[in-house]
Design a protein around this ligand. Structure first.
Ligand code: NDP
Length: 323
């Protein structure tokens, strides 16, 4: 089978497409032949070394397809079932990948491999952020960074579905129209507007209840300065580089703020939590409240191009690799 491997960390050029034996499922595992493989920003952190992985390594945490091999002790699935996964193990950029059956998700017929690979990791992230980290309700004003991106597009729609007022931030004018179409009440274009100033103007000087910041370094100060007293700073990504260290006293000075740095893996750490998260995601998709835009496709062997485009802020929505 073809698989993307890295021997060393670095830029997109370290991704190598190699021929290797398809892995056999170990105890408790199923092997999935993906119809589509999700590309996530975290893959770039693992490739670059920002998030350490043991080398050499595969890459990718998410895919959806058909089960073509199964351990004898697995009862939840049978050969030929469709399944997806989005919490690893690392190595999903491949023509076959083994995952523990407990970490796999049953896919409804209505959700194609393409859409599953576009929305499992990103949609589950939007779900825990909006329903668990800070349970968003209609009286809340929420600030969502990278609103035209993979997680962002789902989060904007879901936050509107929950009844909140959504202020979306995008990097460029070309992306603003997407956020508006998804239902954002206000859109800030970070390339030409000062985020915190605009947020204050839009909220009568009050600030927002919660900020979902996936950009990290470049937006840290702006996010802190956009919150109302007792507001929550959710720092959940580092697209521009890691957020700086935080002096707790700053939280006091800026309004007795709360701060959290969550990750999907903890919010889906048990089969029950994973199931609850998946059910909720598939329900909002089935109801039409959240629409998953068709993803942008790259061939598996061109995974490096997907990374380059994602890191250059040249993409909107989700990216998938096709084997
Ligand atoms: P996106 O599609 O959102 O791509 C990242 C976006 O970040 C870009 O399109 C860009 O949007 C924005 N951005 C701002 N500054 C930069 C920069 N300097 N370089 C690159 N991008 C920049 O990616 P994903 O949907 O895959 O992930 C979104 C974020 O969510 C990532 O930070 C990811 O790590 C995080 N994440 C966190 C999880 C968690 O549980 N903690 C789980 C899943 C994702 P624009 O041009 O509009 O500013």
């Amino acid at each position: 089978m073809k698989a993307i491997r890295i021997e060393t960390t670095g830029g997109p050029d370290v991704l190598r497409c190699v021929e290797m034996e398809a892995p056999a499922p170990g105890p408790g595992e199923i092997r999935i032949r993906p119809g589509a493989i999700g590309v996530n920003f975290i893959d770039t952190y693992q490739r670059s070394g920002l998030y350490p992985v043991a080398l050499p390594s595969g890459l990718g945490l998410e895919a959806a397809g058909v089960i073509d091999a199964i351990a004898t002790d697995v009862t939840r699935f049978k050969l030929g079932d469709r399944a997806g996964f989005c919490t690893g193990p690392i190595g999903a950029y491949a023509e076959a990948h083994c995952v523990n059956a407990d970490r796999a998700v049953k896919l409804p017929d209505a959700i194609s491999d393409d859409i599953a690979a576009a929305c499992l990791l990103k949609g589950m992230t939007a779900r825990y952020l909006l329903r668990k980290t800070f349970p968003v309700q209609r009286q809340h004003v929420v600030l969502i960074h990278a609103a035209a991106g993979g997680v962002g597009q789902i989060a904007v729609q879901w936050a509107k579905h929950l009844g909140a007022t959504v202020i979306a931030i995008v990097g460029a004018d070309a992306k603003a129209e997407i956020a508006t179409r998804l239902g954002a009440d206000h859109v800030i274009v970070s390339a030409r507007e000062t985020i915190a100033e605009r947020v204050r103007a839009l909220t009568n000087g009050e600030g927002v209840d919660v900020v979902y910041d996936s950009v990290g370094k470049d937006t840290f100060e702006a996010s802190l300065d956009s919150l109302k007293p007792l507001g929550l700073f959710v720092s959940f990504g580092n697209a521009s580089g890691p957020a700086p260290p935080l002096n707790p006293q700053i939280l006091s000075m800026k309004g007795s703020l709360f701060f959290t740095r969550p990750t999907l893996f903890h919010y889906t750490r048990t089969p029950a939590l994973l199931q609850e998260t998946t059910d909720d995601l598939f329900a909002v998709i089935a109801s039409g409240a959240v629409k998953i835009a068709p993803p942008t496709h790259y061939k598996l062997e061109n995974a490096a191009d997907a990374h380059r485009d994602l890191e250059a802020r040249g993409t909107t929505g989700s990216l998938v690799l096709t084997p």
